[in-house]
Design a protein around this ligand. Structure first.
Ligand code: HAM
Length: 417
């Protein structure tokens, strides 16, 4: 146990963290360009927030939350997603009192007690955005455009954007009734899960992976067929904007999301070929959520993208950049005095912004040079007895295999350029 991490978690090691930083930097840059600012909320919240926010009848709330009582007997939950927390912060920190819309983004770990497999973890990471106070269809298009722009900048240009409209609560009531009428005669053919969904949340039957349910759902009524005129017009405009931006999408009338808060536009982004967990991002509008959490009626929209799945897609397509990290210079010194001189020179190199390292194991010069080679440094700066006498160093180009004796100042200048 002491040397095993909990199932569904991962260590992100040196050599991998560089890829994460690369993705996070691209996310931050895209967000800045679109006018989104970072928000950081706690990793845990009061359980009630997610029950209210995500929805009582969702798989997340019913089966997947990490919930515990703290020492003060409060029910606490590790956040399974970011939207509910950002809504809470929007209200608690009175962001609604400032200029609207409020455009935020976040990157961080989320927790779901799901069955681990490739691309599905119990602690995973999302890059998400949330916008409050923007009801126009162009905001829906901007959110989807930002996601696709982000993927595009990473070199993921073969993704599928699926979009649908789930309508407003009135449209939902209509489709709910139609779905119940449709499934009533075949109720006992549905899986036990869907039999339960039939009364609680019949829309989710459309999303069931069980073969008989999927077969029966094929001809079922969809939200898109039940939209009221306003919702239909909104969705039409969203689609026009997407067309104007030249962003291809697939109209997927059977798309329903696993969280209860969605209204109007809902979307999911699929990466073919990364396995069963091909959804690398999803989001949509949630115009009722702020109010449901006790705030003023406020339109909201956003997405979250799974970073582990993005990494899988990048790896699989050979799109990860070759990021060179580690020291550029290795300082090799022999003998106590040379080590003292070397250690001071190391500090000067670092102060000049040159990534440099030296030996801390008392290795021989030969062993130090071998280590420098293994570390893949470009240059070695060598201080031996001879250089110590003359106050010079040997600067060795590890690739060319050439070297010259120069002063310390010259070495710093040469390495700086
Ligand atoms: P979601 O669809 O539950 O939406 O999650 C978004 C993305 O997170 C998924 O498409 C997937 O890439 C990743 N993801 C989810 N669960 C796991 C897991 N167990 N392991 C690895 N990756 C996972 C939400 O979370 C909403 N909050 C999105 C949103 C924001 N909607 C509006 N604003």
């Amino acid at each position: 146990m002491l040397t095993t991490r909990p199932r569904g978690t991962a260590d992100i090691l040196p050599g991998q963290t560089e890829n994460w930083q690369y993705i996070e930097n691209v996310a931050a840059r895209v967000c800045r360009e679109y006018g989104y600012r970072e928000i950081r909320t706690p990793i845990f919240e009061h359980t009630e927030l997610f029950i209210r926010g995500v929805g009582e009848s969702t798989d997340i709330v019913e089966k997947e939350m990490y919930t515990f009582r703290d020492r003060g007997e409060r029910s606490i939950t590790l956040r399974p997603e970011g939207t509910a927390s950002v809504v809470r912060a929007y209200l608690e920190d009175k962001l609604h009192a400032g200029p609207q819309p409020v455009k935020t983004y976040y990157i961080g770990p989320m927790f779901r007690y799901d069955r681990p497999q490739a691309g599905r973890l119990r602690q995973f990471h999302q890059f998400g955005i949330e916008v409050f106070g923007a009801q126009q269809p162009a905001a829906d298009a901007e959110v989807m455009a930002l996601a696709m722009d982000f993927y595009g900048r990473l070199g993921l240009d073969d993704l599928e954007l699926h979009i649908n409209s789930l309508g407003c609560p009135e449209c939902r009531a209509v489709v709910r009734e139609k779905l119940q009428q449709y499934f009533q005669p075949v109720l006992n053919e549905l899986c036990t899960n869907c039999q339960d969904r039939f009364t609680r949340n019949p829309l989710r039957i459309l999303d069931c992976k069980a073969s008989r349910c999927a077969e029966l759902a094929r001809e079922a009524p969809t939200t898109a067929d039940c939209l009221c005129p306003d919702c239909r017009a909104h969705f039409e405009k969203v689609r026009q904007h997407m067309q104007d931006l030249g962003i291809p999408y697939i109209l997927d009338k059977r798309l329903v999301r696993g969280l209860d808060y969605y209204t109007h536009t809902a979307f999911e982004i699929m990466a073919p070929g990364i396995g069963a967990q091909s959804s690398i991002g999803g989001g949509g509008r949630y115009n009722g959520l702020v109010e449901a959490c006790g705030g003023p009626p406020t339109p909201g929209i956003g997405f979250a993208l799974g970073l582990e799945r993005i990494l899988l897609a990048l790896e699989q397509r050979g799109k990860l950049p070759d990021i060179k990290v580690g020291p550029v210079v290795f300082l090799a010194a022999i003998g106590d005095r040379a080590i003292r001189e070397g250690f001071s020179l190391l500090a000067r190199l670092r102060a000049a912004g040159i990534a440099a390292d030296m030996d801390y194991q008392g290795r021989s010069l030969k062993a130090q040079m071998k280590y420098a080679g293994k570390m893949g440094v470009r240059y070695a700066v060598i201080i031996g007895e001879n250089e110590l006498q003359k106050g010079s160093v040997v600067l060795r180009d590890m690739i060319a295999g050439s070297q010259r004796e120069i002063s310390k100042d010259e070495a710093i200048r040469a390495l700086h350029s």
